[in-house]
Design a protein around this ligand. Structure first.
Ligand code: ADP
Ligand code: MG
Length: 680
């Protein structure tokens, strides 16, 4: 099979330069690629229905005799129209064909054919419009339907596929070891490839799909575990004493039980002196994850190590820096910030202090993983809002210490299945409790008709001393037709909110300007902050009580939940107003789901169902490769099996270089090359 990836698609009979280009659009360059281009769905011609049993709206196959030679005429616009009538012992159906002048020569009076299509209600009874048909004397089959591009029909692909499958060697070595195949009752590869394209029964489809999904997930899991940090590595970072109670005394509030228990999980991990900690702290927005990180860092620093925290945006990095600085500098710790927007001189100073060990706690953005950043003794890595970082970025930061402890904080509640997928055997602590006194956020879905009332509601809150966010999906309005931050802010400044202080924030602004605006908002010098989703992660201004989200249908549910988490962070009753003109049932269902619950975990699961995993783990953001057949949300059971098998494989074969694993290794490389990992 492997070598077929080196055979160009043009080698297939009937595929010339022009077709090859069309195949290229489908991502198919070689015969191997073609074979791995699985059908999108199937037409089941093997279940033949008596005409009288067909129902309007149903897609089905009937076996019927042509009663008369099809008529053929041109109708308005020069289109061809043919019609005829077919029947079996139980009834008749009218057929209409558009744009095929050959129909009268293809369908012969008195002969029996199989017709496949969707039954509609015509003027003279049941009708099939442009049905597929085939000679009834050939045995009925299940036909594959492929994703198409213009110029390349599913029929073209079907015949190329027959040709390609014939090029498969009689015996191909299955990349999955034999005993795993039998343990999980998997079809072997050659059969699976033939059956997925040309199944004889529904069972064939199920079995071949399961085999190929298993294979893809196994490859994904193996690939991920080889680029992940090895959690079992011994660490030299020693935690001799727990300083949590000393830390707690610095705080103006009491930590919740959930926070304390997450902290104690971490300290336990770090005190074991065996494997490095590898823990995910999951907590809904506002649950106080930052303080957990601070507590863990505190103990780490007190034990003589350096700690680093990486945040996904400058705004967030600065915000963390400010709060750690305020808390820890008075007790003699050296907290420093490192971000891309600092001057060379500022950076150099920090880097020098870092290298000689004067910096205790470094907070920053992606800048932390640059080559020139080196620690003297990095003992703890914290990544905030992890879903924004690729697996590789995390490992790069870890590599700056000698097996430092890792604490990952996630505010996007990742559905359990996906957490397992991404983090494998990461330990998880859940903060399932909000600090006392928090109000739930009421969420309202409204449309233009009551925009003015919504604005008045904002004014009322601002008049009481509170602040508000307005979130727009775009930076400017040009060619999107969506609300853009710049024009929006200009407009409301001139009109409805002319008596209020309106600020503006978006990702394209210079970092220093962003910081300045954010600082003004934090200080209460801005009443309304019009912003893009740059405020989505982590921004913490407890005095803000309303977030109004324009074109709400444009955002993913989890994203909306994050945005909503910007309010309800203090003691004031807070509101999230979703403004949307969307009328589609799906869009409304999503938005209503958000109004109905404040539980981030439920929302994440709902989002996964409605939108698929892309929203969490778009390969762009996360470094997860695109899958051809498996669906992380749907194939949870197979995923579990694949994970068990991967574990088994990595225990049995000391390393992935074993000859037995050649096939799997090649597939791992293939799946991941798109994202440029360093696998071998
Ligand atoms: P998130 O989990 O969303 O990152 P943060 O760590 O930003 O939440 O905390 C949200 C707010 O709650 C911050 O202002 C923080 O100072 C405050 N906070 C954290 N823990 C507590 C607590 N135990 N009691 C009261 N306020 C807290
Ligand atoms: Mg946070």
């Amino acid at each position: 099979m492997g070598s077929l990836y080196e055979v160009p698609i043009e080698k297939i009979s009937g595929v010339g330069e022009k077709r090859a280009r069309l195949y290229g659009k489908l991502g198919i360059a070689s015969v191997g690629d073609l074979i791995r281009f699985y059908p999108r769905t199937y037409e089941d011609w093997s279940h033949i229905k008596p005409v009288c049993e067909t129902a309007v709206g149903e897609t089905c196959c009937v076996k019927a005799q042509v009663e008369m030679t099809p008529s053929a005429r041109t109708v308005s616009g020069g289109r061809w129209l043919s019609s005829t009538r077919v029947s079996d012992d139980t009834g008749f159906i009218n057929l209409t064909f558009f744009n095929n002048p050959y129909i009268p020569r293809m369908l012969h009076r008195g002969r029996e054919y199989l017709f496949y299509g969707k039954i509609t209600e015509g003027m003279g009874g049941r009708e099939l419009v442009n049905p597929q048909f085939a000679d009834a004397s050939k045995p009925p089959v299940i036909r594959p339907i492929y994703s198409q591009v213009a110029g390349l029909t599913t029929k073209n692909i079907e015949s190329a596929m027959h040709y390609a499958l014939n090029m498969l060697p009689e015996i191909i070595k299955d990349p999955i070891p034999q005993d795993i195949l039998s343990r999980y009752e998997l079809m072997e590869l050659r059969t699976a490839l033939c059956r997925i394209h040309f199944p004889i029964s529904q069972e064939d489809i199920e079995n071949s799909r399961r085999r190929l999904i298993f294979e893809e997930l196994l490859v994904l899991v193996l690939g991920l575990s080889s680029i992940k940090n090895m959690p079992d590595k011994l660490t030299n970072v020693r935690i001799h004493k727990n300083y949590t109670s000393e830390f707690v005394d610095l705080l103006p509030f009491r930590l919740t039980d959930a926070q304390l228990s997450a902290i104690s999980d971490c300290i336990n991990d770090m005190s074991k002196n065996t494997a490095a900690m590898n823990r995910l702290v999951q907590g809904d927005v506002g649950s106080g994850k930052t303080m957990v990180a601070a507590a863990v860092a505190y103990t780490c620093i007190k034990n003589g190590s350096q700690a680093a925290m990486m945040a996904p945006t400058e705004i967030l990095a600065r915000q963390h820096y400010d709060s750690f600085n305020k808390l820890l500098t008075p007790v003699g710790m050296n907290v420093r910030l490192l971000t891309g927007s600092m001057t060379q001189k500022q950076k150099r100073e920090v880097l020098e202090e870092l290298e000689c060990g004067e910096v205790d706690f470094l907070v920053g953005t992606h800048s932390l993983i640059s080559d020139n950043v080196s620690f003297r003794d990095l003992g703890l890595v914290v990544t905030d809002e992890q879903h924004r970082f690729g697996v590789r970025q995390r490992s790069t930061l870890l590599a700056k210490g000698s097996n430092p402890h890792l604490l990952v904080m996630s505010a996007t509640p990742i559905p359990r299945t996906l957490a397992l997928m991404i983090y494998g055997d990461l330990d998880i602590s859940v903060i399932n409790e909000l600090p006392p006194g928090r109000q739930t956020v009421d969420t309202l879905l409204i449309d233009e008709s009551i925009r003015e009332r919504a604005y008045n509601f904002l004014k009322k809150n601002i008049n009481e001393g509170r602040q508000c966010y307005i979130v727009c999906p775009a930076v400017d309005n040009t060619d999107t037709g969506l609300k853009g931050v710049e024009e929006y802010a200009d407009e409301i400044r001139r009109t409805v909110f002319r008596d209020y202080r309106v600020g503006m924030l978006h990702g394209k602004m210079k970092a220093a300007d962003k910081d300045a605006v954010m600082a003004e908002f934090v200080n209460g010098d801005i009443d309304i902050l019009v912003s893009t989703t740059v405020i989505e992660v982590g921004v913490d201004v407890p005095n803000s009580t309303i977030i109004l989200i324009e074109n709400a249908e444009r955002f993913g549910l989890s994203q909306l939940h994050q945005l909503r988490g910007r309010v309800g962070r203090g003691k004031y009753k807070s509101y999230c107003i979703l403004m949307s003109e969307a009328k589609g049932a799906d869009a409304l269902k999503r938005l209503k789901a958000l109004c109905a619950t404040n539980d981030g975990f439920k929302i994440a699961d709902e989002d996964l169902k409605l939108r698929g995993p892309g929203d969490f783990f778009g390969s762009r953001q996360h470094g997860l490769p695109e899958l051809k057949i498996a669906d992380l949300a749907e194939n949870v059971d197979v995923l579990r099996d694949a994970q068990a098998a991967a574990k088994d494989i990595s225990e049995r074969y000391a390393d992935m270089n074993d000859n037995e694993l050649r096939g799997l290794r090649a597939e791992v490389r293939m799946l991941f090359t798109g994202v440029g990992t360093q696998l071998n």
